[in-house]
Write a protein that binds this ligand. Structure first.
Ligand code: PMP
Length: 285
């Protein structure tokens, strides 16, 4: 992703894609003092754009730093990036981090906080699993306690176990891994939330120890508007066997059906197909 034409917005101005670099002694690189957003533009408009910018500010606050650009300024910058790269349908990545500077220890109060925004075309996150149903492995690692790490921030440090779990899943021929949390409840995938269907009702893990995704919130609202009962609750892994349908939600993942988790299988049923289609319509409306 580093060697291509285009423009990236870095600390207030557009720079050439290949020149959007940081120093090797960047604090964020050494200590994960970094937060980010994943957003999607459809027909030139970023879905829930402001909510994403607000979450970026929130995540930075959780990591005890302040982004030196307001939500309004970030909104303007995202529009600038899409225009400069001639994109209408794209993935947008905003990232903010503690940079290089006076400090090189764990403490970093004197280093500048930096921010960048890039955008590129990104098709289906799970490839053809979008239609067939993704196959998920069960991750060895658990989502951590909110007393261990700020679990509601979209922060780089929370993704360390995501990358290793996704690699392990892919090595087994799966598209992704499903995490349990530190208590043993079903939590989320490495970059998406999860939903289940049983007897016409929807069950989804309560977002008390992981990112309450904007797509998750959108889909819950959509289900309620369709008069579908939604249970946000603690789900035990033993229950997976009893669910008939399953899908993942996330900005990159959008709504992706799940066909298998470990040895359990799910059908890509009518409600799943309805939610995939309704979400696609909503983001373009
Ligand atoms: N959980 C994790 C770990 C994620 O990375 C994401 C993607 N941001 C989500 C859930 C879904 O969040 P959203 O719907 O806001 O993209």
């Amino acid at each position: 992703y580093d060697d291509r034409d285009g423009k990236i917005w870095l600390d207030g101005q557009l720079v050439d894609w290949r020149a959007a670099n940081v120093h090797i002694l960047t604090h964020g690189l050494h200590y994960a003092s970094s937060v980010f957003e994943g957003e999607r533009a459809y027909n030139g408009k970023i879905f829930l754009s402001r909510e994403h910018s607000e979450r970026l500010h929130f995540s930075a606050g959780e990591l005890d730093f302040k982004i030196p650009f307001s939500v309004d300024e970030i909104e303007a910058a995202k529009a600038e990036v899409l225009a400069a790269n001639g994109l209408t349908d794209a993935y947008v990545r905003a990232v903010a981090w503690r940079g290089a500077g006076e400090d090189m220890g764990v403490a970093s109060a004197r280093n500048p906080v930096r921010i960048a925004i890039a955008a590129w075309e990104w098709g289906n996150y799970y490839g053809d699993a979008k239609f067939k149903g993704a196959k998920l492995d069960i991750a060895k690692w658990k989502r951590p306690s909110p007393e261990t790490i700020p679990v509601h921030a979209k922060a780089a440090g929370l993704y360390m176990i995501c990358t290793i779990s996704k690699h392990a899943a892919e090595a087994k021929g799966c598209s992704d891994a499903l995490f349990m949390d530190f208590r043993g409840y079903v939590a989320e995938a490495t970059g998406a939330n999860i939903f289940f269907v049983k007897d016409g009702e929807v069950h989804t893990p309560k977002a008390d120890v992981f990112l309450n995704g904007l797509t998750r919130q959108t889909v819950i609202k959509m289900l309620k508007e369709k008069q579908v009962t939604v249970h946000e609750r603690h789900i035990m892994p033993e229950e997976l066997e009893s669910f008939e349908q399953c899908w993942l939600t996330g900005t990159a993942a959008e709504v992706t059906p799940v066909g298998q988790i470990g040895d359990y299988t799910f059908e890509v049923g009518d409600l799943t197909k309805d939610i995939v289609a309704s979400y696609e319509k909503l983001v373009r409306s």
